[in-house]
Design a binder for this molecule. Structure first.
Ligand code: AIR
Ligand code: ASP
Length: 282
């Protein structure tokens, strides 16, 4: 696979040219960063787990009518995705107070927000991903009002669906970050969900114990980061025996309360989604 043509390298993923026009290979790395790159590390096996989790969640979202960039799995660390023009927005959906929301509003961590709250940040590490109002988004020409309306609509639907899905396996979806991209097909443009959905981009707490099962374990040096990521994958039913051998050689299962570790989400009856014709441009 050394002949692959690299397109872009981010903090947790690499993109290579895909086998067909309009496609990219998304490669998940083990490296982790936090606080816009100022904290760096590596979580053994993270790439494999996030690849599987993101594939699973995006496939489920496609099935319920949210268009995504995911086309098909390639191998343990790579998936084929549609090439899109990323809208440089971090779309944050919050259900409970956590993270920067707690810092900004002196809220109590874990407090329910009553209804899902959407926030927007500029996707720009050098600037520290600053907070944006809708007025900023339009003034900076980041997207059109009609596009933002669609993004909001998808973000709420994704949040509703994923909150239920995670709840079914004993996990609370506290908040998450979504990214969207423009897919160009001939003269048509549509917005689709891009990037990844994984414990790197969501806050996930065990419902019974309240334990953090996401990147906050890395951000706050809570330890057993890989073990908790694998536990999320295991509950979703997406970690096969082969994956476990590959990623868990040094890891043990975290000591979570037995009763909250439920059956796999819906993985058993999953059927492959037929790939859509990838015709978009970069
Ligand atoms: N997030 C934001 N930038 C990168 C990521 N992954 C995610 C966090 C958290 C949510 O967005 O992982 O799930 C809100 O982050 P914060 O730091 O604003 O509270
Ligand atoms: N700011 C994000 C975080 O803290 C992203 C990053 O820096 O990697 O996770």
């Amino acid at each position: 696979m050394s002949s692959k043509h690299p397109i872009y390298e981010g903090k947790a993923k690499k993109l290579f040219e895909g086998p067909e026009p309009g496609t990219l290979i998304q490669h998940f790395k083990d490296s982790a960063t936090a606080f816009n790159g100022s904290k760096q590390g590596s979580i053994s096996g993270k790439g494999v787990v996030n690849n599987r989790i993101s594939e699973f969640l995006m496939s489920r979202l496609e099935e319920m009518g949210v268009p995504t960039h995911f086309i098909r799995n390639i191998n343990m660390r790579e998936q084929l995705v549609r090439s899109v023009e990323i809208v440089p927005l971090e779309v944050i959906v919050r259900n409970y107070a956590a993270g920067s929301f707690v810092d900004r509003f002196k809220a109590i961590e874990g407090e329910p927000l009553g209804r899902p709250l959407i926030e927007y940040c500029l996707k720009d590490d050098a600037l520290g991903d600053p907070f944006l109002s809708e007025e900023h988004i339009f003034a900076f020409d980041i997207c059109e009002p009609i596009e933002l309306e669609e993004i909001r609509h998808y973000a709420f639907r994704i949040n509703d669906y994923l909150s239920g899905l995670f709840q079914g396996v004993g996990i609370r979806l506290v908040d998450m970050k979504l990214e969207f991209g423009r897919l160009y097909e001939g003269e048509f443009m549509s917005l689709i969900l891009a990037d990844e959905i994984s414990p790197d981009t969501c806050r996930l707490w065990d419902i019974k114990s309240g334990e953090k099962m996401d990147k906050d374990r890395f951000r706050r040096d809570l330890g057993e980061v890989g073990e908790y990521y694998r536990e999320v994958a295991r509950r979703l039913g997406v970690l096969s025996g082969a994956d476990v051998v590959d990623v868990a050689s040094s890891g043990r299962k975290p000591q979570l309360s037995k009763s909250s570790a439920k059956k796999p989400a819906v993985a058993a009856k999953r059927k492959p989604t037929p790939p859509k014709k990838p015709t978009g441009k970069k």
